[in-house]
Design a protein around this ligand. Sequence first.
Ligand SMILES: Nc1nc2c(ncn2[C@@H]2O[C@H](COP(=O)(O)OP(=O)(O)OP(=O)(O)O)[C@@H](O)[C@H]2O)c(=O)[nH]1
Ligand SMILES: [Mg+2]
Ligand SMILES: [Zn+2]
Length: 292
Amino acid sequence: MKGKIIKIVSGTYSVKDIESNTIHIVKPKGIFRYHSLEPKVGDDVEFNETTILKMYDRKNTFVRPKVSNVDYVILIMSSKSPNFDLDLLDRFLLNIERNYVKPIIVITKCDLLESKELDTIKSYMAYYKNYYNVFYSDINGLKEKGELFNLLKGKVSILSGQTGAGKSHLLNTIFPELSLETQEISKALGRGKHTTRETTLYDIDGMYIADSPGFSSLDFSEIETERLKDYYPEFREHLNECKYNECLHLSEPNCKIKDLVNSGDILATRYESYKKIYTEIKQAKKVYGRKY
Ligand SMILES: Nc1nc2c(ncn2[C@@H]2O[C@H](COP(=O)(O)OP(=O)(O)OP(=O)(O)O)[C@@H](O)[C@H]2O)c(=O)[nH]1
Ligand SMILES: [Mg+2]
Ligand SMILES: [Zn+2]
């Protein structure tokens, strides 16, 4: 049989048979350990009644949460408590782009904003809409639920975003059958722990979705500084339009990207964030003495 791993609990694997839609509880063959291959949720496998026999090649694989073959990362950004933060948004987007996965952005907690504050956020997000799908949600859930479902059908998606941003709450409002644990942000921070701890791939009418614990710090030190520019869709759009093909859009002359920043076509905060992260990566490499 062919199937997809949807849950792993202490060495026991739940695999969904693609054809019959039934769940089978199985163990992986010892050969996986021998090859130090760790089957993860999202992996497509060949299996029989008791055992996973073979794992198919992965499109990609994530470490946090441990999920393979991810199509979308749904980035949950709260508009208030924790407060909306463009720099953080750009960092999360970079973290998704570097894994060559498509981000979908959901701005949560819109019910906590004055309409003026919401307008400000929406005016920024209008720029991001040129490149990504953007949704808004409040305490009651998501308005354009149908549109989101159309994107997610038949795909594997993971939720990502700061702790307390409302990942589990959003899943609960759009899929009430899940009843995931959520927690007041103040309590979550006081306890210093995330409310969500384990990874399950929920199968909701053919949409595979994993909730995941939020994280508060992102590490970009493994990115090569010369590659960083490739993870910005607005830079990719103008490949080869700078004087130098290898242009990093920093201090080079006749740089198309800098022109577009000056004309307001590229959001200045995006460019500033790019420069800042570039410098941070350079600094980190110096500290650790790495040579690239
Ligand atoms: N007013 C309002 N509160 C919300 C909204 N979304 C989430 N919350 C609240 O924010 C708090 C944190 O939400 P969670 O869903 O637990 O956050 P999380 O992102 O899953 O957090 P971790 O699992 O720790 O990463 C809870 O008290 C939710 O009830 C919203 O749209 N509006
Ligand atoms: Mg959670
Ligand atoms: Zn340039």
